[in-house]
Design a binder for this molecule. Structure first.
Ligand SMILES: [Zn+2]
Length: 140
C-alpha cells in the first residue's frame, strides 16, 4: 500500500512515516517507480514504534530495540529497563507520600518527619530534580 493508506491505517501522519523511514525504524519497500510500499508487517512495526514512543523511547533507542542484530540492542534495553524500574520506584514513593500527606496534620511539610523523609529519599532528590528539603508534591 502507498504511504497515504499506511498513514490512514496507523494514524501516523505521512510526514512522520517518512521521518521514521529516514530514521530507520520503519523502512518500507520501494516500488519499481521508487514509491514507498508498505506491507502489513510495516504497519505492525509502526504500531510498535508508537507504543515505544508512548513510554518515552527515542527513535534511535527504538531502532536498536527492533533490530535484532544491532550491537547496542542489549545495552539499550538494559538501560531502558533500569529507567523504567527507577520511574516505578519514584511513582511508588510519590504514591506513599500522597497517601500520607492527605492526612498529615503538620502545617509545614518540613516539620513532618514522614514528609521530610520522602523528600530525602525521593529519586528526584538524588538527581537534583527537586530542591532538597522540599517534597516534590507540586507535580514537578
Ligand atoms: Zn507529613
Amino acid at each position: 500500500m502507498k504511504i497515504g493508506e499506511a498513514a490512514r491505517r496507523t494514524g501516523v501522519a505521512a510526514h512522520v512515516l517518512r521521518h521514521w523511514h529516514a530514521s530507520g525504524v520503519v523502512v518500507p519497500d520501494r516500488t519499481a517507480s521508487g514509491h514507498r510500499e508498505y506491507t502489513e508487517e510495516h504497519l505492525r512495526r509502526a504500531h510498535v514504534v508508537r507504543a515505544c514512543q508512548g513510554v518515552g523511547m527515542s527513535l534511535p533507542e527504538i531502532r536498536a530495540v527492533l533490530t535484532r542484530d544491532d550491537a547496542s540492542r542489549a545495552e539499550v534495553i538494559g538501560a531502558r529497563l533500569l529507567r523504567i524500574r527507577a520511574q516505578r520506584a519514584g511513582l511508588e514513593a510519590a504514591e506513599r507520600f500522597l497517601e500520607h500527606v492527605i492526612g498529615c496534620t503538620h502545617d509545614l511539610l518540613t516539620r513532618c518527619e514522614a514528609c521530610t523523609e520522602y523528600a530525602r529519599t525521593s529519586p528526584h532528590a538524588a538527581t537534583g530534580g527537586a530542591p532538597a528539603g522540599r517534597p516534590a508534591a507540586d507535580g514537578a
